[in-house]
Design a protein around this ligand. Structure first.
Ligand SMILES: Cc1cc2nc3c(=O)[nH]c(=O)nc-3n(C[C@H](O)[C@H](O)[C@H](O)COP(=O)(O)OP(=O)(O)OC[C@H]3O[C@@H](n4cnc5c(N)ncnc54)[C@H](O)[C@@H]3O)c2cc1C
Length: 431
């Protein structure tokens, strides 16, 4: 391929496709390259897609996109071996337009989204690996691919190549990520008839539920599990930071197996048939791990830039917004005919003003705190379950005595000062 493009986008996940779509809509000549057989074929996600950021790219996308269910209930479980302390919110306003968020199956959604970029004028080639960026005089001027005569040139290359971003590493934008900067997650799609899902989760046809599960789901290690409803299947998965997995000698597949057989989870899955088994890394280093995102002729978006808010399980939305912001910066650079780092720097400014950098900054020390002080997941979750059991068991003990007994047993075990310190530290980590 000898022609030159305005933009080459590497990767057809949500970050890459948002960028390709927005650039093509602005009349730029765009090539998007995906190594998978089709967009979505290599992508893994628990499945919650956020309406707001997608709508900013394609208004009212829910009228035609292949979505599973609008989420109307979000539950949070703090799980112990044979119990669960839960809280959450269910609201019928989320069952109506404009909705809040949706469950999706990425293999379907990514294909549809990439097709929209193609309709907007972007050229998509699949089953093609970008092996390196071509750098001339300190500027990225194109990419090499694994195709014969596979060198292609462009004014700007956008790296939307996901969590490992070998291309970002090649350019020296980041080093190999440390085990505490990524979470290893395994998930399974389990087919289950619609009526069973509706009965078990107390839903109607076009209503979905998400459950985030902490505590025993990761054997008390830093991480979470999830159980989400699709139309006729469930997504169940679990992950911890790679460092926790190594330290605790956990095998991700064992964790998933134990989760599926946990007495609080098993009844939801009964009779289901496993349809797909997937494993993937999530970049969870947050604010401190964001690499360089702008260079001469190159921008980095989505997971490749570590844009994931693990506390709120937001990744696809940050991918989409960063892809869109990168496209807008490219359009500006084109107007100035300046594709240097300075010409593209409006991307960095837009990121700093957006929810992406603000949220990553807010939680910049959260994961490190919970990793360094494992008592939150290991000790407090079982303690809270025991406290709830004591408090809600009707045995003739006056409630005030129960309260005193619960506080006494908590502080006796850990010491009053330690408990207060732990509460203060946790508050500082999330404030
Ligand atoms: C188990 C799990 C659950 C998750 N749950 C949620 C959730 O519920 N909600 C949420 O918002 N986020 C969730 N996330 C995070 C979310 O999936 C990511 O943040 C999002 O997919 C990032 O999009 P992306 O486009 O940056 O990267 P990706 O979706 O990873 O896309 C990168 C693409 O680049 C391609 N590629 C890579 N290298 C090359 C190359 N050299 N040449 C050509 N193509 C290449 C890949 O094949 C891939 O298609 C979850 C992640 C995991 C793993």
């Amino acid at each position: 391929m000898s022609e030159k493009f305005d933009v080459i986008v590497v990767g057809a996940g949500p970050a890459g496709t948002s960028c390709a779509y927005t650039c093509a809509k602005q009349g730029l000549k765009v090539l998007q390259i995906e190594r998978g057989e089709y967009p979505g074929s290599k992508n893994v996600m628990g499945g919650v897609l956020y309406r707001k950021q997608m709508e900013e790219i394609i208004p009212e996308f829910w009228k035609e996109a292949p979505l599973e269910r609008p989420v109307i209930e979000q539950r949070f479980w703090m799980m112990d071996k044979e119990s669960v302390l839960s809280f959450g919110y269910k609201g019928l306003e989320w069952a109506q337009e404009p909705y809040n968020n949706f469950t999706v199956l990425r293999a379907k959604f990514d294909q549809w989204f990439a097709e929209k970029a193609v309709e907007a004028g972007s050229l998509l080639i699949c089953e093609t690996v970008v092996t390196e960026c071509i750098v001339e005089n300190g500027k990225v001027v194109g990419v090499k691919t694994d195709r014969p005569d596979g060198e292609i040139y462009a004014d700007v290359v956008v790296l939307a190549d996901g969590v490992n971003s070998l291309l970002g590493k090649q350019l020296g934008f980041h080093k190999e990520f440390r085990p505490d900067e990524v979470a290893l997650t395994v998930m399974e799609v389990i087919n289950l008839p619609k009526d069973k899902i509706n009965d078990r989760f107390n839903l109607e046809d076009n209503q979905g539920c998400t459950i985030e599960i902490f505590g025993d789901s990761t054997k008390g290690n830093l991480g979470t599990a999830f159980l989400y409803t699709n139309k006729e299947s469930l997504n169940i998965g679990v992950g911890t930071t790679l460092s926790s997995m190594i330290k605790a000698k956990l095998k991700p597949y064992d964790l998933l197996d134990q989760l599926k057989n946990h007495p609080m989870v098993k009844p939801y899955l009964e009779g289901g048939e496993s349809a797909e088994y997937l494993a993937h890394l999530i970049p969870e280093g947050g604010f401190h791990s964001v690499p360089r995102v702008v260079g001469n002729g190159v921008l980095v978006v989505g997971d490749a830039a570590q844009f994931v808010n693990a506390i709120h399980r937001e990744g696809s939305n940050m991918a989409m917004s960063s892809g869109k912001m990168a496209a807008e910066a490219i359009v500006k650079a084109k107007e100035m005919n300046d594709f240097s780092e300075t010409g593209l720097n409006s991307y960095k400014d837009a990121l700093s003003r957006s929810f992406i950098m603000k949220d990553l900054e807010k939680y910049k020390d959260t994961a490190h705190t919970f990793e360094n002080y494992p008592q939150y997941f290991k000790e407090y979750m079982p303690m809270m379950n025991q406290a709830a059991s004591k408090f809600f068991t009707v045995d003739g003990t006056p409630k005030r005595d129960k309260q005193k007994e619960i506080i006494r047993s908590m502080t006796k075990e850990k010491g009053r000062m330690r408990v207060l310190q732990d509460i203060y530290r946790a508050w500082r980590a999330v404030k």
